[in-house]
Ligand binder design. Structure first.
Ligand SMILES: Nc1ncnc2c1ncn2[C@@H]1O[C@H](COP(=O)(O)OP(=O)(O)OP(=O)(O)O)[C@@H](O)[C@H]1O
Ligand SMILES: Nc1ncnc2c1ncn2[C@@H]1O[C@H](COP(=O)(O)OP(=O)(O)OP(=O)(O)O)[C@@H](O)[C@H]1O
Ligand SMILES: [Mg+2]
Ligand SMILES: [Mg+2]
Lengths: 227, 227
């Protein structure tokens, strides 16, 4: 479902160019559960943003669900994103003036889901991440881990066929992390594809395959036996 | 150095009041290294903000370095904060328009350190967290873990007598986390006091004492043997 070929990403800094992805080749089949790991600054979030159609590579090809994404116009790109991709950002990116409930309803608004049903579905997924009693709080009235869980809930509410999770448990205790991973497994068991960036080996073990980046290159790509 | 007595914190939400700290009693001696743990939403950041003079309790007394902080005026409170407290926020709170270097220089600006020396000291601590080649980047030109390390560097540059670190390694791989903890130990060995909030038992083990919160109350407070 994902085919990245020789993906290069550079940033301009003044007169200089900083290359952060050095020709990434990566294929992910529909239904896979992949963990993406690597040191801080190695390019994981940059790669996730390209996969999630939030950023464009400087060079290389990205084929998503048989469409060459680099050839799509902005409107079509946004359509692909909203319909089939769920994204959990490393810094959450919640709407500060909306409540937790309104934040989680947002993908359903884009999908034109009727008001009553989207409220019910948003409430349901917020309860599944333990925030049933925090739905009316705005982000600045929530703890760090609660904001993270709102971001998780928002990504799951549309049951996306491709879930991209950038450090989804960094601010969570073990019990709460396990609950999040259980929701990921539920989504995966329905045939959906998951890519999770994590620094924690314990979280990576939930995936069937671990891709490691070092300095913007794939250093290893291993399918492992799950216990 | 820290004496909290019956600390209560409540928030107004519409007509209702939400109590998040239910009478915390806590004493920390000068030179201690304490880990603060507990489930997401249990009140750790709220307590840290009160300890760091960034927030005022709804009730109770807070004596810091023999001063009753609740009796201080804003100016004196700010003075205490800037002179003796280093704070690492859970969401970093970096100045978005400043470079990494300028962000780290900020506490030295408040301390009236001359320009040349503060640049030298800021560079030194940025190199110690592995960001020697990222000093001119602004926060939006840095990875999540790099921003976290700028926040760490900023908290250490003034060698504070009290370091308050709220989840300082949540976005970091193990190697980088270890480097951060080594810097904390260096500060601690000079006789300074450290309180670190963490979800990771491995990080908590660096401290000599672990205080656990559940639902805004201290559930346990244990000094442990270090290996
Ligand atoms: N401004 C606010 N208004 C209302 N409730 C708030 C506000 N700020 C925080 N809270 C609530 O206070 C409780 C404690 O928040 P706090 O940030 O201290 O938790 P925490 O232990 O740091 O959690 P985490 O591990 O997720 O960071 C949470 O349940 C949160 O919803
Ligand atoms: N806008 C930008 N301009 C210049 N450099 C950038 C920009 N955004 C990111 N970078 C650099 O790109 C590199 C990769 O960043 P990225 O966010 O992908 O890392 P990461 O692997 O997600 O790290 P972390 O684990 O710390 O989140 C970093 O070294 C960062 O400094
Ligand atoms: Mg990242
Ligand atoms: Mg917190």
């Amino acid at each position: 479902v994902i085919s990245l070929k020789n993906i290069i990403k550079e940033y301009k800094l003044g007169k200089e160019k900083l290359r952060v992805l050095h020709g990434i080749d990566l294929e992910v089949q529909a239904g896979e559960f992949v963990a993406l790991m690597g040191p801080s600054g190695s390019g994981k979030s940059t790669l996730m943003n390209i996969i999630g159609c939030l950023d464009i590579p400087s060079a290389g090809d990205y084929i998503l669900q048989d469409q060459n994404v680099s050839k799509l116009k902005d409107d079509d790109l946004a359509k692909v994103r909203n319909e089939s991709i769920g994204f959990i950002f490393q810094n959450f990116n919640l709407m500060p003036k909306m409540t937790a409930l309104e934040n989680v309803e947002l993908p359903l608004v884009y999908a034109s889901v009727p008001k009553k049903e989207r409220k019910r579905r948003a409430q349901e997924v917020l309860e599944s991440v333990g925030l049933g009693d925090r739905m009316t709080h705005k982000p600045n009235e929530l703890s760090g881990g609660q904001r993270q869980r709102v971001a998780v809930a928002r990504s799951l509410v549309n049951q996306p066929s491709l879930l991209l999770a950038d450090e989804p448990t960094g601010n969570l205790d073990t019990t709460t992390s396990d609950e999040i991973m259980r929701l990921f497994h539920q989504l995966h068991e329905k045939g959906n594809t998951i890519i999770v960036v994590t620094h924690e080996e314990a979280i990576a073990q939930h995936a069937k395959r671990i891709v490691r980046l070092i300095d913007g290159r794939v250093s290893s790509d291993v399918v492992h036996e799950q216990t």
